[in-house]
Design a protein around this ligand. Structure first.
Ligand code: ZN
Length: 269
């Protein structure tokens, strides 16, 4: 039996104060903790995803579950940061990154093609080509930049409650985070283009700011927070990412995103 320094540590699931308890288990809800996290006094709940429990050689399972995980991560980004099982298999995380990314690319392309068809008066085929080859790659670069920078902010130990944020755990978080956070940029952008295409004439800097704000809802507090082993490097990195998100991504979007839904001439050849 190991004992910790008697400090206030709260159960990440039910908020019960575990101060001074001898065993790595919450008496209120029954959640147990790994010895390493218990010793460090930094506790998180690790919940496996639907993809962690599927057969990776069943393509329909991988496709369905990666779309489900993308949707869940997009709707509840905080869940990814605080309760995703970061010690789960890396291969499944790679599946989410690849197939979640492909889902997002395909859906963004379809929405942008619809906007082009509706507002630029092109044929459906030209609208689809323009969306897939001209618009979506540019949206993808901007969305990925925002996703990487918000990852730098939310992977701070005080948010993830990781006693030791190893590279492996951060990779696992990144694989789930990047498609979900990129969706936070792609969805408002495509909706705005569908509803009000005149928006792109001067407001291309807005989507990265809206998307980043949606992703950073993951930072909202809920219940008592345990003391975390936050380091100076992690804090400096988070602040740097915050600054780059506010200042650099709007400039990137303004430089990259087209100012009109009219397809470029090369689309027709
Ligand atoms: Zn509990």
């Amino acid at each position: 039996m190991h004992s910790r320094e008697p400090t206030d540590v709260f159960c990440p699931r039910c908020g019960y104060n575990l101060r001074g308890l001898p065993l790595p288990r919450c008496p209120e809800c029954g959640l147990t903790y790994p010895e390493e996290a218990w010793q460090a006094g930094v506790l998180r709940e690790n919940v496996p995803t639907t993809l962690d429990r599927c057969d990776p050689w069943q393509p329909h399972q991988v496709l369905l579950r990666s779309s489900w995980e993308l949707m869940r991560g997009t709707l509840a980004p905080r869940r990814l940061v605080t309760t995703l099982d970061l010690d789960g298999p890396l291969t499944r995380a790679a599946l989410v990154l690849v197939f979640g990314g492909l889902w997002l690319y395909a859906l963004t392309t379809l929405a942008l093609a619809a906007a082009t068809y509706l507002h630029a008066g092109t044929s459906p085929a030209a609208a689809l080509r323009s969306a897939a080859l001209y618009w979506t790659p540019r949206v993808a670069i901007v969305a990925l930049a925002v996703a990487l920078l918000t990852l730098g902010i939310v992977s701070h130990p005080s948010v993830t409650r990781l006693a030791r944020p190893s590279a492996r755990r951060l990779l696992r978080l990144a694989a789930y985070w990047l498609p979900a956070s990129a969706a936070h940029v792609a969805i408002p952008l495509t909706l705005l283009l569908l509803v009000c295409p005149s928006f792109i004439e001067g407001l291309t800097y807005l989507p990265p700011l809206i998307g980043g704000l949606l992703s950073l809802t993951a930072l909202r507090r809920r219940g008592p927070r345990p003391p975390a082993g936050s380091t100076r490097t992690a804090t400096a990195l988070a602040l740097l990412c915050l600054l780059a998100w506010c200042l650099a991504t709007p400039v990137l979007a303004h430089a990259l995103l087209p100012t009109s839904l009219d397809p470029p001439l090369w689309i027709y050849f």
